[in-house]
Design a protein around this ligand. Structure first.
Ligand SMILES: [Zn+2]
Length: 73
């Protein structure tokens, strides 16, 4: 499994109905929240589900957002 952090741009295996397959990770914890790059829709998945559906990390965030990443503390 590829490492992902808050703020990373990730590619999902399945395209969103809007046509985009790129999402930004906006919350990391027991659940993962991602925001679609195409339509800005926010989707919440549990971690196992997210890992299954994620294809790869496209770009790591240069400045990870601190404070809401429950797993890093
Ligand atoms: Zn979308």
């Amino acid at each position: 499994m590829e490492e992902f952090l808050l703020g990373d741009l990730v590619q999902m295996r399945k395209k969103h109905p809007c046509g985009s397959d790129q999402w930004t990770v906006i919350r990391v914890g027991a659940d993962i929240k991602i925001r679609c790059s195409g339509c800005s829709r926010i989707v919440m998945l549990d971690r196992a589900d997210f890992v299954k559906r994620m294809k790869k990390v496209i770009a790591h965030s240069e400045e990870p957002i601190r404070g809401t990443n429950e797993t890093d503390f």
